[in-house]
Ligand binder design. Structure first.
Ligand SMILES: [Fe+2]
Length: 239
């Protein structure tokens, strides 16, 4: 059983299309999205509509919650005041440029998806099962991750939100962060996603990087009047 999961598209339509094309070339049994469809990028409606059209099961991200519910903040951690101001511009631009119908669709997204495959219980969330915007990093203590696995009775916890992919094998199961299909922070501009291979209770994960036309997305960000700093992240994969 091969399960592809991507997350954190952040209105990057070309990044999403590149990931979906790559998934199509592989023998994948199930495809899921771990949230944060919008924010920062230039094409919120097109990203939402493509996922709706493809009927890909999707959980709500903190940004989807903020835009769908017209909140003032997105629930992201900002490293300084400047980053906070840029974040405010992103959220107000995205609220203005997402249709009412798509906002209502974002509001209806579930916060969790669970399923069983190959005798394993899977849980997909955006940040963590405890909180939509909690960051689970590779460095998050194993004790904490083990508690999350136990309290949610799952063997494989799949998340996004940090934009940094990893697979932590723990006593109580596995935590897999799938990286970002639209605003990578792993040090190069390629978008990325994860393929989880499950076979008779064994789990392995392939992290796939996909090259795409990031320059077009970066130019669209600049032309839309969004902060140029977001275009720089798209060009470099660094914040
Ligand atoms: Fe997020």
């Amino acid at each position: 059983m091969k399960i592809a999961v991507f997350a954190d598209i952040h209105s990057n339509l070309l990044g999403l299309k590149a990931v979906l094309d790559d998934i199509n070339k592989k023998n994948i049994n199930k495809v899921y999205c771990a949230g944060d469809l919008v924010g920062y990028g230039p094409r919120p409606n097109e990203v939402i509509e493509l996922l709706r059209q493809k009927e890909i099961p999707t959980v709500m991200g903190n940004y989807d919650d903020a835009v769908g519910n017209m909140r003032l903040v997105c629930g992201c951690d900002y490293k300084d005041e400047k980053a906070m101001k840029l974040g405010e511009r992103s959220i107000s631009w995205t609220k203005e440029n997402t249709s009412e119908e798509n906002k209502s669709w974002l509001r209806e997204l579930p916060q969790q998806i669970t399923f069983t495959a190959e005798g394993l219980r899977f849980l997909i969330v955006h940040g963590s099962p405890r909180k939509l915007n909690e960051y689970l990093f590779e460095s998050t203590p194993g004790e904490y991750l083990n508690d999350l696995l136990a309290e949610n009775s799952c063997d494989v916890l799949i998340c996004g939100h940090t934009h940094l992919p990893y697979h932590n094998k723990l006593e109580n199961g596995h935590v897999v962060n799938v990286g970002s299909a639209g605003k990578p922070k792993h040090g190069n501009p390629n978008v990325n996603y994860a393929v989880i291979n499950a076979a008779e209770k064994n789990v392995s994960v392939d992290f796939i990087e996909v090259a795409y036309d990031y320059e077009t997305t970066a130019k669209e960000i600049e032309e839309a009047g969004l902060p140029g700093e977001f275009a720089d992240i798209i060009r470099t994969g660094r914040t």
